[in-house]
Design a protein around this ligand. Sequence first.
Ligand SMILES: Nc1ncnc2c1ncn2[C@@H]1O[C@H](COP(=O)(O)OP(=O)(O)O)[C@@H](O)[C@H]1O
Ligand SMILES: [Mg+2]
Length: 233
Amino acid sequence: MSRIVVLGTGTGVGKTHAGVALVSALASARVSVAGLKPIESGVPSEPSSAITTDASALAAFSTFHVKHPPPYALPDPVSPHLAARRLGMRLDLGRVTEWVDAHACAEVLVIETAGALLSPLGPGVVNLDLARALRPDHLLLVASDRLGVLHDVAVTLHAIRTMAADLPEPLLVLQPPAVPDASTGTNAAELVELKIVPRVVVFPRAEPAAEETRAAAKLVLSTLALQGEIQKA
Ligand SMILES: Nc1ncnc2c1ncn2[C@@H]1O[C@H](COP(=O)(O)OP(=O)(O)O)[C@@H](O)[C@H]1O
Ligand SMILES: [Mg+2]
């Protein structure tokens, strides 16, 4: 079993899109895979056809049954620690890992974190702590291909390397923003040239299950050395 934890340099950078693309690529190769979003805020308390949650987007492409409900599907569209506090709760990492471990029979787990690497989950607890508690085999770091990304990636990697040297080195995925800026398209080469990362996988602007996205997802999987599993079909 392989666990891929998806981290972000920010919110809205394309973590769910990349996660769904990976789940879809694995599913199409008949790998048993579950896409999990254990902590999510802004989830309507009544199921709504108007709002797709990250959890449901990931579950929709999963071939392994995702246990419902996830541990923390929080209604308020604010930082999960705050959304939990407003319900008189604290986020408990043990509850999250227990739920994730309940999917251990899947060959691959793709687990999306909420927000960015150091987004708080409680006093003194951030997503990086959750990532560590999930015992990942691989980390994916997702960033947006726009101005500021050189700094965002450098800072995020610095935090991982200094605060969690035991974790695997993340593979960087760049997602094209809806509105490109003057840097879009140049950042991948700059990140490598400046030795901020050894390699980058750039995703196309397309649906997560589109053919061109699948090629990028397969590149991620082969780079993560999961190629054996995706070539199994
Ligand atoms: N490569 C892409 N092609 C098309 N749309 C994308 C791409 N990456 C992200 N998006 C869109 O950008 C928005 C934010 O992406 P999302 O994956 O939800 O970010 P996050 O999970 O980091 O909050 C969503 O509407 C998503 O569909
Ligand atoms: Mg998301």
